[in-house]
Design a protein around this ligand. Structure first.
Ligand SMILES: *Cc1c(COP(=O)(O)O)cnc(C)c1O
Length: 372
């Protein structure tokens, strides 16, 4: 059996929606863009949504739109996908990493406060693997210190914390629609915010710095081409309409895994969220005990048709972070320990119970063989 690490869930409805766009005259900046933005704003409960061509673009526009620039410090997590701190480097701001909580794998709020300096402009929290960060604590700290809170919720569309959507706790949040996310646009992302000025700045910057006058060759500010085309918007819109069904199926897959792996020695299943949290499952990541050689487990899995990956290598140990900011091994021991033990198993909306069973069998064999 071959089981992919991830796979999009595209139905006839999505295919028809994209074909409809191709038959229309609008391939960019048309009705699907505004329809998608309205739908995602309404779903998240944010006042404004600005759709762009990737989650990374969304984060970049938030950082730039907030005026975060050279020398400004932003506190963030080293255990994430690299884009969550690259967006700071794009603007010559300084990512100041602090370590994570060993259970939730999210930024540890108690470590944030001591990293705040007079140059700190914001905390950029990431809802890692779909689990919302500790927003009670983060909102309290950032409010008390009068700094901004930005949310990279690119892995957490539909997750809630105390009933409130991930992405809506700070000044702005980002969602992403790459094919491995809960829903996809092919490529795509969105900025959500209640701040009208920030939304207007993002809207202008995604479209070459144009203003609202409609004059195609009038550029008010430095902008980019971060536009999301109409085919992608139509695809994302059709996917968003199926989001509840998609999230339900993903929860079921996670439950199959949990039931099958709970009690298996040498494997820790993902953090079970507290009652305060509803998780939108993005990936299914287990942690292996130190007695198991992870590299051998990964090779065995991949050699038996079970696509698996080590999510995430610590950002601070990527070569350009080491050379640019002087980070080194040992700087964030929890992150490094966690990162050395994780295995992302195949996880996607249409995954069947048989596929889960096969993955777990192969994982069990792999662990036996890889015991030190
Ligand atoms: C997916 C993701 C992004 C955005 O990725 P794109 O490929 O640019 O859409 C940003 N941050 C995190 C944590 C992500 O997982």
């Amino acid at each position: 059996m071959e089981v992919p690490l991830s796979a999009p869930d595209i139905t006839k409805k999505e295919i028809e929606a994209v074909l409809d766009v191709l038959r229309s005259n609008y391939l960019s900046l048309g009705p699907k863009l505004s329809a998608f933005e309205e739908a995602i704003a309404s779903y998240s409960g944010a006042s404004f949504a600005v759709a762009v061509n990737s989650g990374t673009s969304a984060l970049h526009l938030i950082v730039r739109g907030l005026g975060i620039g050279p020398g400004d410090e932003v506190i963030t997590t080293p255990f994430s996908f690299v884009a969550s701190s690259n967006c700071l480097l794009f603007e010559r701001a300084v990512p100041v990493f602090v370590d994570i909580d060993p259970n939730t794998l999210n930024i540890a709020p108690e470590k944030v406060e001591s990293a705040i300096t007079s140059r700190t402009k914001a905390v950029l929290a990431v809802d890692v693997f779909g689990l919302p960060a500790d927003y009670d604590a983060l909102v309290e700290i950032t409010t008390r210190h009068n700094i901004l809170l930005i949310e990279d919720s690119c892995e957490a569309l539909g997750s809630t914390y105390k009933g409130q959507m991930a992405g809506t706790f700070g000044i702005a949040g980002a969602y992403a629609f790459y094919p491995n996310k809960q829903i996809t646009a092919g490529e795509g992302g969105v900025v959500i915010t209640d701040d009208e000025q920030l939304a207007a700045a993002c809207r202008s910057m995604r479209n070459q710095g144009r203003d609202n006058s409609g004059d195609w060759l009038a550029h008010q500010r430095l902008g980019f081409n971060y536009r999301l085309d109409e085919m992608s918007c139509a695809l994302a819109l059709a996917q968003l309409e199926r989001l509840d069904e998609i999230l339900q199926k993903r929860s079921q897959v996670a439950e199959w895994y949990n039931n099958r792996l709970r009690g298996l020695s040498d494997v820790a299943t993902p953090c079970v969220p507290s009652n305060d949290v509803e998780i939108s499952w993005f990936v299914y990541v287990v942690r292996l005990s130190p007695e198991v050689d992870r590299q051998r487990v990964l090779s065995y899995l991949n050699g038996h048709g079970v696509q698996s990956k080590a999510y995430f290598p610590p950002i601070h140990l990527q070569p350009f972070y080491r050379s640019l900011l002087g980070y080194k091994e040992g700087d964030f021991p929890v992150t490094e320990q966690v990162a050395a033990s994780t295995v992302a198993l195949p996880f996607f909306t249409r995954m069947t119970e048989d596929q889960v069973e096969y993955v777990c069998q192969v994982l069990q064999e792999a662990i036996c063989k890889a015991h030190r």
